[in-house]
Design a protein around this ligand. Structure first.
Ligand SMILES: [Zn+2]
Length: 227
């Protein structure tokens, strides 16, 4: 992988990709996508073994923190968990309401002394990526174990086009407490995942976006989240 500091690769639904310019100041500093601090290129985490000296879009302190977070996991053994499944359309770019909902659910999980596990399909865009970044930011801010774990399950696309729905079923069948779906223009993958979760008896809540308008679940849905 040869990723330049100023660009990040975004994948489209058809498997092709484009390079998106990162937020950048006139003095050349680039925004770390985890802590959102503007960072000089030589403070960005290097891509291991890259002969061209490529860097990631996260800073070195954030990279170190990620390593620390891996060690926290050992201290979580035996804790009661609260598993939140995030699914959604890859084209869904709105990070709100996802951040504020996850913030609220984390408050609930902490009050119930449960370890929050954020389950998602590990897509490089859309709500999966938003969920992953939300977990990373919780951990980046926390001095000790934050009580939040990222649990990505990527689809194995070499298995053909059904890989996405197989992955969705596996995420639900592994056990989740609640499913939150962010669906743009009735896209198939997220619609299927939410439908499957609901069929399996998982409390499922949907946000729909069409022509830039978001429709949220009916008021009071949070009271139906089992935590
Ligand atoms: Zn950072």
């Amino acid at each position: 992988m040869n990723e330049q500091a100023d660009f990040v690769t975004e994948y489209k639904t058809d498997g092709t990709f484009f390079r998106k310019r990162l937020d950048r100041l006139t003095d050349g500093r680039v925004m770390c996508t985890l802590c959102m601090e503007f960072t000089p290129r030589n403070q960005l985490a290097p891509v291991k073994g890259d002969p061209d000296g490529a860097v990631k879009d996260i800073c070195m302190p954030c990279e170190d923190k990620e390593q620390e977070v891996l060690r926290w996991k050992e201290s979580f053994a035996g804790r009661k968990t609260f598993r939140v499944l995030i699914t959604g359309s890859r084209t869904w770019t709105l990070t709100e309401p996802i951040y504020s909902i996850l913030d609220t659910l984390l408050d609930y999980a902490r009050a119930a002394d449960r370890l929050m596990i954020v389950v998602h399909g590990d897509c490089r865009s859309g709500p999966d990526k938003t969920a992953k970044m939300w977990v990373a930011r919780q951990n980046a801010r926390s001095k000790g174990p934050s009580g939040v774990i990222d649990d990505p399950t990527a689809a194995d696309w070499s298995q053909g086009r059904s890989a996405g729905s197989k992955r969705n079923k596996a995420m639900v069948d592994n056990g989740v407490d609640v499913c939150l779906a962010f669906i743009e223009d009735q896209s198939r993958g997220a619609t299927h995942c939410a439908g499957y979760a609901e069929k399996k008896g998982v409390p499922t809540f949907r946000w729909h976006m069409s022509s830039g308008q978001v429709t949220a679940p009916p008021m009071g849905w949070l009271t139906r989240v089992p935590v």
